[in-house]
Design a protein around this ligand. Sequence first.
Ligand code: CP3
Length: 344
Amino acid sequence: MASTKTILRALAGETLKTPPVWMMRQAGRYLPEYKATRAQAGDFLSLCYTPDLAAEVTLQPIRRYGFDAAILFADILLLPQALGADLWFITGEGPRLSTISSGDDLAKLKGTDGIHETLGPIYETVSILTNELPKETTLIGFAGAPWTVATYMIAGRGTPDQAPAHALRTEDPETFDALMDMITEGTISYLSHQIEAGAEVVKLFDSWAGSLKGDAFTRYALEPAKKIISTLKAKHPNVPIIAFPREAGDGYVGFAKATGADCVAIDNSVSADWAAQNVQSDGCVQGNLDPSHMITGGDELISETKRIVKAFSGGPHIFNLGHGITPEADPENVHLMLDAIRNP
Ligand code: CP3
């Protein structure tokens, strides 16, 4: 039977009169209720690993705004931790990990065998959500794509240009490829477990895909996505997959066909008109309002929202931001965006 959930209908290729909507980082520091639950947990990682509290923050934006999808509250860096990397977060700065710069560093990791011992609480969060979400809300699970996860594991932190990862892939391709294979295998297993616990859709975040050019984009963004998607599809043929090769530019064209993704998420560095012409022609797209409008609001937020809805109105579309909502955003602006989408 065809689904009644709007996100699943769009992902199956249906053009809806009103696009379904959710927001990247919809559970986050712009919401006072998120900050309160995070304080209760003590710190960000404890929040991720405490199923009741992680489920609570996943539900907060659904209660406040009635989004069409909830995204599991977790982080792409939990997999590296499960693989054996040290991970911690510095408030106001971001993540820190033990670094990988040689085959010796890689050999110190535990590998993929034991990852579910660490990741068990995440699957428990998924099961709780399966029971607690409103019946019209779709639950999205996620993981980082291998390149993006590798950039953090190699540098030990976020980097503006991913230079340490580019250096390792050119100077020690053997170690780099072995790391990519380990992450790819772990990601397949991690996402399978999320699906088995109740995730209805999964999304692969390749936040740093934009720094891969030409053949390197094919080899390290497209090929791993294809491997992950084809393996998941063989096991779970009915679970749609959203791929987000952020800032891929021309690399967005044909990405869904080449990888088997059901939907490509588009960042806000490309225009909606261009993406409608060149990407939506292959199927569902998600995107792509500039998150800075959630800070500035006003008429420009409303007119930009309407412009994006119109640009993608000729095909299947899930409305989203081009990247995550930021802590400075005004929660009231989310209502303005939703009104502009739902009551045009
Ligand atoms: O979207 C959601 O609401 C679901 C939860 C989610 C988080 N991170 C929670 C989070 C998701 C899907 C992610 C993905 C993620 N994590 C990505 C890919 C998407 C993107 O933003 O490009 C990346 C690169 C990470 C790694 C990461 N986690 C960084 C670089 C940071 C620090 C930057 C920051 O915003 O603080 C995090 C921390 C993080 N992950 C927070 C949240 C809500 C903030 C932590 C806090 O409460 O202090």
